[in-house]
Design a protein around this ligand. Structure first.
Ligand SMILES: *[C@@H]1O[C@H](CO)[C@@H](O)[C@H](O)[C@H]1NC(C)=O
Ligand SMILES: *[C@@H]1O[C@H](CO)[C@@H](O)[C@H](O)[C@H]1NC(C)=O
Ligand SMILES: *[C@@H]1O[C@H](CO)[C@@H](O)[C@H](O)[C@H]1NC(C)=O
Ligand SMILES: *[C@@H]1O[C@H](CO)[C@@H](O)[C@H](O)[C@H]1NC(C)=O
Ligand SMILES: *[C@@H]1O[C@H](CO)[C@@H](O)[C@H](O)[C@H]1NC(C)=O
Ligand SMILES: *[C@@H]1O[C@H](CO)[C@@H](O)[C@H](O)[C@H]1NC(C)=O
Length: 466
């Protein structure tokens, strides 16, 4: 409402019809009128309503903002949780990248199966539909794995299962064939004429700590007649030097599935997380013999014997032995002192200054750790990639290329004679970190850039001897 004052003399009347006037005289004779202006002139009411609406709206917006802010708090919480999860995943991946590692293993297995199928194809006269179809399936799987790697990383297990079925088919296929009679096996004895040949590599598994643990050793108890179900795996720390942990699996199947492990952690005098250097091993030259693990003791020329039943540790100096990378092998550091075993017992392969860095072989008492006899060879140790003993004969390997290794040198401790030979070993990965022989199954156990590989050895019959 607007209030106007109109000065009028005599009369007090409405000035115009348009004005809905109502007036009265005050004590000074001034007419005062109250006018109601038509709505069209100024929409004061609506303005008022608008103002009210506006303030209502503002309040509501304020409420919404408060709501949004609370959503934001919740959202930030979720985001934090997500970030936390991502971080955890990243940490796990750093420690052990499951997908990458599983794919690497798969690829190796495929490679191995492919070579088996090719072998089978070659050995079968003419065409064989079963083998042909296996071959196609193999190629299909290879393609699938490559696709999977870029799309779906969770199907690794499914593919591995399929691989296992294929492997079984292959074996059935092999059995169906007429095979040449098996050569005599001479298991556990030395009634043969020495090493004749070596099989294709058989990929067993990746070590349980993963891809980045490239150094170490593995196998079964190499004492003739020892229990043969238990498998041991001893990856070195990633420095390729410290051996302070090993894992025992009660059976081969458990090893394949990483199941039911027993860990041996060499920390007798210190808490779990610290390294006890008084009983730590050094390098990948370790061997399990008669339920003890023998190794070069850390930072010394001593031999350490760790009893796997009692956890008791004994050590003895290996006189004159050089150590700490003075004369290690060419493809693995810290392996100046390499333990070995065969049908005759326990051996140590090392080097001395007196023998100018050439390989020295000693027969070792497994209980006393005393050297019983020593042989000096003329083979320079650092030009060899690894060595093993079979029936008192040392065999040494060297690298031909990234895929092939050659057994090129031998030394017979019974005749004190050395010789050259050439038996080719195919490798799955480039570097051989350890190689040891088990007289109980005539197999070589190789630790190949973190992968566990075996080979079957075949021997000449005595009549074949040169
Ligand atoms: C004038 O005022 C009287 C009383 O205040 C009211 O009853 C009347 O309706 C008014 N007339 C007009 C034209 O506004
Ligand atoms: C995220 O991790 C940090 C520290 O690790 C922790 O304090 C925080 O509570 C975690 N947040 C959530 C939402 O889990
Ligand atoms: C392979 O098959 C051919 C004919 O199909 C036959 O002459 C030859 O003897 C066979 N070889 C073997 C090793 O069976
Ligand atoms: C191989 O893959 C092709 C195309 O994906 C499919 O048609 C074929 O049946 C597969 N063969 C076998 C033996 O799995
Ligand atoms: C030795 O074994 C390899 C692999 O199994 C094989 O290819 C090769 O023909 C064998 N050599 C001899 C002389 O038997
Ligand atoms: C093997 O171990 C058993 C039990 O500890 C022991 O009696 C035996 O003398 C050991 N033999 C060798 C050759 O080390």
């Amino acid at each position: 409402m607007l209030l106007l004052s109109i000065i009028a003399i005599g009369i007090c009347h409405a000035a115009s019809l348009a004005l809905n006037a109502n007036g009265s005289f005050d004590e000074h004779g001034v007419c005062q009128c109250s006018l109601t202006l038509p709505d069209t002139t100024f929409p004061a009411d609506r303005m008022e309503i608008l103002e009210i609406e506006n303030s209502k709206l503002t309040a509501s917006v304020q409420q919404q903002i408060i709501k949004i802010e609370s959503y934001q708090v919740t959202l930030t919480g979720y985001l934090q949780k997500l970030t936390n999860l991502t971080k955890r995943l990243e940490i796990e991946e750093m420690g052990r990248s499951y997908t990458e590692l599983d794919f690497e293993l798969l690829k190796l297995e495929i490679k191995e199966l492919e070579s088996l199928v090719v072998q089978l194809k070659a050995s079968i006269n003419g065409s064989n539909t079963l083998v042909e179809s296996l071959f196609v399936q193999m190629q299909n799987i290879s393609i699938i794995v490559n696709q999977l790697e870029s799309y779906d990383k969770n199907n690794v297990l499914a593919v591995r299962r399929e691989m296992a079925i294929l492997r079984k088919h292959l074996e059935e296929c092999k059995i169906g064939q007429v095979l040449p009679p098996n050569p005599p096996s001479f298991l556990g004895t030395c009634k043969h004429g020495g090493l004749a040949n070596i099989s294709k590599p058989f990929v067993v598994q990746l070590n349980w700590l993963g891809f980045s643990y490239k150094f170490g050793g593995w196998g079964k108890d190499s004492f003739t007649g020892a229990e043969q179900d238990i498998h041991w795996v001893a990856p070195l720390q990633t420095d390729g030097r410290i051996m302070n942990i090993m894992r025992l699996y009660p059976s081969y199947d458990d090893l394949l599935l990483y199941k039911r492990p027993t860990d041996k952690i060499f920390t007798k005098n210190l808490p779990y997380s610290q390294i006890d250097y008084t009983i730590t091993g050094q390098g990948g030259g370790m061997i399990v013999f008669n339920n003890s693990i023998y190794s070069n003791c850390y930072n010394t020329r001593d031999i350490c014997k760790y009893n796997l039943d009692t956890n008791a540790v004994e050590r003895k100096v290996l006189t004159d032995a050089t150590f700490n990378n003075r004369f290690s092998y060419s493809s693995s550091s810290w392996q100046d002192i390499d333990l070995a075993s065969d049908e005759d017992g326990l051996w140590v392969i090392y080097s001395t200054e007196q023998n100018a860095g050439n390989i020295v072989i000693s027969k070792l008492g497994s209980i006393s750790l005393v050297v019983e006899k020593t042989w000096s060879t003329s083979q320079y140790k650092t030009s060899v990639t690894n060595a093993f003993m079979v029936c008192g004969v040392l065999y040494a390997t060297r690298t031909l290329n990234t895929r092939k290794e050659e057994i090129f040198y031998m030394y017979d401790t019974k005749t004190n004679k050395e010789g050259q030979l050439s038996i080719i070993l195919e490798k799955m990965m480039e570097n051989v970190q350890s190689l040891s022989y088990n007289p109980n199954d005539h197999k070589l156990y190789m630790y190949n850039d973190g992968y566990l590989i075996t080979y079957d050895l075949s021997f000449k019959t005595l009549s074949n001897m040169a």
